[in-house]
Design a binder for this molecule. Sequence first.
Ligand SMILES: [Zn+2]
Length: 89
Amino acid sequence: MTPIPIRLQVRGEHHMGKGKKPEMTVVGAEHCKCNGCKKPESKFTFCDEHYEWFKFGLITKTGTRVSDFDKKQGHYMAHVERQKTYKVA
Ligand SMILES: [Zn+2]
């Protein structure tokens, strides 16, 4: 378990008062790599959900969907359903 680093830095606030607005800059990519996902990264550059996708081979390590994504997603959903069943039982 690694803590999620928060790297929000305020730049230009201290000595640049002349007409320059202070900029809020987010340094680094702290979001899940999966396309369009806005969740913060949790494990290996993915959020929890998409890390599972990655482990299952639904997406590559860069967050791109694999060519047989639809088929694999079917398997993945079935896998998730099975796990739910185990937890309830
Ligand atoms: Zn995600």
